[in-house]
Ligand binder design. Sequence first.
Ligand code: FES
Length: 108
Amino acid sequence: MADVQWIAAGRADALAPGARKLVFVPGGVSIVVYHHQGRFFALENSCPHAGAALSASACEGHLISCPAHGLRFDVRNGQCTASAALRIPTYGVVMEDGQLWLSPPPAA
Ligand code: FES
């Protein structure tokens, strides 16, 4: 786990299947971590359309719906279903000894 600024996201067993949690990063960024169908996914908590918080989004299948205007995004990769130009930045998720760690998206 060298060469990456890992972000601690808590114990994996504390996030029940289907649940989500917010992780706050110094500097004002928040990340939503989803426990979805046996895997963990982490997305920036900001809709790329107009910045609404996604932490309260409904999740159906692999899709989350933004609570502001209803655009839907794939929880696995952040891609909007309606526009190829809209994508939520995603974080890598690694579990080590039951602890979840997030790696930031590559710099643009
Ligand atoms: S802010 Fe998310 S769809 Fe508009």
